[in-house]
Design a protein around this ligand. Structure first.
Ligand code: ZN
Ligand code: ZN
Length: 215
């Protein structure tokens, strides 16, 4: 699998373009405001985009769903519990985004255990609520890699005090991630990549509870 990383303003969202070489099929995880860069890369590689995958429904991650879908015909995929966010009034995003993100609509409603395929390669859905109801991680077993959205960052986790957030669920979700192989590569929604082993703290429930404020 080829992995291209684009960092999109204004919130330094990581936009991940996955290209499966054998089938020439591709997916974007969280287009954010990076669709121009994604489209340039797709045309450089002469590749079709199959899926637009959202780790969750926050506008900084989903802002360019609509233009990217319009340009490529790719199917928008998001956990079923966050799908409503794509169709929500997005004016509130103006407090942190330079534009009002256009609405989009999920074509594929994901749930725990689902798989999206690029050629023969599976991208597996782990439902990891806590940052939002439908926050999910996407596990690429073939590459020992996981994309964690705003659930797990290098050294910390996503906020749990927004609408749909739940600190207790974040504790459970991070504990679950701690059982993955230590050498698994972790690509978060913001910031630098890490590994499950480097994030040893997620194996310690009291440390997570202290971080997210669960007594
Ligand atoms: Zn978020
Ligand atoms: Zn985010």
């Amino acid at each position: 699998m080829i992995l291209e990383i684009i960092v999109a303003e204004p919130l330094q969202n990581n936009v991940y373009l996955l290209v499966e070489e054998k089938s020439s099929e591709a997916a974007v995880i969280d287009p954010a405001m990076g669709s121009d860069a994604v489209l340039a890369k797709l045309s450089e590689l002469n590749i079709q985009l199959q899926y637009i995958i959202n780790t969750h429904g926050h506008f900084d991650h989903t802002a360019d769903n609509a233009p990217l879908q319009k340009a490529t015909g790719a199917k928008i995929s998001i956990h079923r519990e966050d799908a409503y966010r794509l169709e929500q009034d997005s004016r509130e995003a103006l407090s942190y985004m330079p534009i009002i993100p256009p609405k989009s609509k999920a074509d594929i409603l994901l749930q725990e255990g689902d798989e999206l395929k690029l050629g023969e390669v599976a991208i597996k859905v782990l439902h990891t609520p806590g940052h939002t109801e439908g926050s999910s991680c996407f596990h690429l077993e073939s590459d020992n890699t996981i994309f964690t959205g705003d659930t797990l960052f290098a050294g910390t986790c996503g906020r749990t005090d927004f609408i749909g957030g739940d600190p207790s669920k974040m504790v459970e979700s991070l504990s679950r991630l701690s059982t993955l192989p230590r050498d698994m590569k972790v690509y978060p929604g913001h910031g630098l990549p890490t590994t499950i082993g480097e994030e040893r703290w997620i194996g310690n429930k009291s440390m997570i509870k202290a971080l997210v404020g669960v007594v």
